[in-house]
Design a protein around this ligand. Sequence first.
Ligand code: ASP
Ligand code: MG
Length: 449
Amino acid sequence: MFLFLYFCDMYINVFKFGGAAVNSAAGLKNVACILKKFRAESLVVIVSAMGKTTNALEDLLKNYINHDPLAVVESYQKLRDFHFSILEDLFEDKNHIVFGEVDSLFNQLRGYIRKGHLFSNSLQSYDFEYDQVVSYGELISSAILQNYLVEEGCPSTLFDVRELIITDSTFRDARVDWKTTESLVQKKIRGYFQAAEEPGPIALTQGFIGSDHQGNTTTLGREGSDFSAAVIAWCLHAKEMTIWKDVPGVMNADPKWMTDSVCLETLSYREAIELAYYGASVIHPKTIKPLENANIVLRVRSFADLDLRGTSVKNIHNWKIPTPIYIRKQNQMLISVSPRDFSFILEENLSEIFRILADFRVKVNVMQNSAISFSICVDADPRKVAPLIAYLQKDYETRFNEGLELFTIRHYNADAIQRVVNGRKILMELRSRSTVQVVTEERSNRVTE
Ligand code: ASP
Ligand code: MG
């Protein structure tokens, strides 16, 4: 009975370290320090690929597709050197098993490319191949961190997340099979904590990746490690989840843009989900729902300064708005469509336009309609937008403006709007009680001083 109560009350905490936290030997040493400090709890640690490894693996794949073997070798070698130089700095013993483990992961990656799995006759889709290649970033970083933690006297066990997070086969954007995942995470991770003889065991695993029911590696979408952590936190009914970042917490504006931005001490789940929706890059949009559903407190704090308390996101009914919150999206464009025969924009046109947008995988950031025209603000990604415009032009009068910015201000006031618009021409403006969105020309196109 006592044991039963003890397990029910198990205080499980989930930590997620992104690429910036593990981009160097010093970064990994800092992660080990943080883990030692918080070791008193049952801890699950989710780690991303080191630094910009995911981008580098994407480049490697691109070189492969472009049939550029020299560039493939070069990008492979660069990645290998990057990881091995971190290993050299971290491990004094050059015969340490970690060198062999990482070597073998790199050999697997090279073998995968060499054997011509990629785009050979047994060709699978690009998305499938992407996941098989890009997942090595997390497999390698987790192997390195695991060995380093053991070396540092921090007891931990590495779990292959492909045996925990089970997804469908939508490669590059896989959907979690919650039921299967929950039972595997409960069995393996909770089981591991329950069996631990001393308090403070660490279960280490990879972010971003999973496995489909056939055992193929899948990924959950770029920047998906926060979501992986939330999935595992949900499965374990964890008390808290902490995302360790290179910023002090969730700020009311990007500090690179507004030098007087401040850290928000608390946020309601609702506010956090709204911010993620409008494009605040500090929170991954899918992350909040599982945490809210299981009432798990999310902390966002700095791995560089442990004295800072960061932001906690939780269930707060009357969240007191401390300040306007600004989200800026650059490189936007506005597309306006009108039926050629001057007919009204009605439901049929709108549903057709939305179907076209979905087909071209163009995400709408803001939209507005008048009697005979419908306007959308989208990221100016020429690969997606140029064919979209060409297609729309067949049936609709289509106009567009480039070189724009989209500002979203939550809990706005007149000063806040004035501050971002600052005399620039406004092309679109949308206001609700809590949010204003303005599309303006970029500063270089400023019309009035
Ligand atoms: N490594 C993956 C990426 O860069 C996942 C993540 O970092 O969250 O997108
Ligand atoms: Mg990342």
